[in-house]
Write a protein that binds this ligand. Structure first.
Ligand SMILES: O=C(O)C(=O)CO
Length: 278
């Protein structure tokens, strides 16, 4: 047994070049890798075996497509101001429709949505009704264009960093997110199952994947605690989780959404790709 630190061991053991992509289609969430230039990220991603990028400005889409990568998920409104508040409905609907148009133009399967933050004066029942009413007005457009709207579940617990957790976010309960999706009752309305956020809010990740797989339209990753690399210094055991996702018959994207701690983020992306390529 070597006495090297665990992260170094994993980096050595798991970063062999992957010539064959055997697992899910993998993508990278761009915001996590700032300030790396988007096209540097895209070029390195392609060398590793990633097939798509997301979470980058639409101005980069043509060059990313030109390089031979896909756009796995298109942005829309942010997670703060969502459809739970009717005051946000015009902006949310506009952003979702624009996202759907962009998804069609660039061949992306999905557009992201969020519930928004809890708002004083808006009860749970009203928040539920407001979200459903807003999404119901957009899903016919999504259905017509063959695009799915994916609702992201986020954790409201980690308050250590603005992007590690989102205290006050209303869609922090995976069961509530699924109830919302059921109520919208459209094949175009799906769940963005973020493994990191589910681990924080609920744990028992594999059981939740199996229970809600029919709603899953997209998956995200990160290590917990800390939203860092998927290495042996964190608690989520990714290979069996990825196998469980594959066993459900899921054929969509898995996007890496960790905030790298390692000074070489490309090595971290290679390591994550290998761990999830099962
Ligand atoms: O924290 C996340 O996972 C988000 O996507 C917020 O935008």
């Amino acid at each position: 047994m070597s006495n090297r630190p665990a992260q170094t061991q994993l980096a050595t053991e798991s970063t062999q070049p992957n010539e064959t992509v055997t697992g899910l289609k993998q993508s990278i969430m761009g915001w996590c890798f700032k300030p790396m230039p988007v096209m540097t990220l895209a070029t390195e991603a392609k060398k590793i075996g990633y097939t798509a990028l997301e979470g980058v400005g639409a101005e980069h889409y043509p060059a990313i497509k030109e390089l031979g990568l896909d756009i796995s998920l298109v942005g829309s409104h942010g997670f703060q101001k969502g459809p739970l508040d009717p005051a946000n409905h015009p902006a949310v609907e506009r952003a979702l429709r624009t996202g759907i148009d962009l998804a069609v133009e660039y061949g992306s399967p999905s557009v992201i949505t969020f519930t928004g933050m809890k708002t004083p004066g808006i009860t749970e029942e009203a928040a539920f009704r407001n979200c459903v009413a807003c999404w119901k007005r957009v899903t016919p457009y999504a259905e017509q264009h063959g695009i799915q709207i994916v609702l992201e579940h986020l954790n409201s617990v980690d308050d250590s960093h603005p992007m590690k957790g989102h205290p006050g976010y209303w869609g922090d309960d995976i069961h509530r997110c699924v109830d919302l999706i059921r109520a919208v009752d459209s094949p175009a309305m799906k769940l963005l199952f973020d493994i990191y956020h589910v681990q924080i809010m609920h744990g028992d990740v594999t059981r939740h994947i199996r229970r809600y797989h029919e709603f899953a339209g997209h998956y995200h990753t990160a290590g917990n605690p800390g939203r860092g690399e998927l290495d042996f210094n964190q608690e989520i055991n990714y290979p069996p989780i990825i196998r469980a996702i594959r066993e459900t018959g899921y054929t969509g994207y898995l996007a890496q959404e960790f905030i790298p701690i390692n000074p070489d983020p490309i090595a971290s992306l290679r390591q994550a790709f290998t761990l999830c390529n099962v």
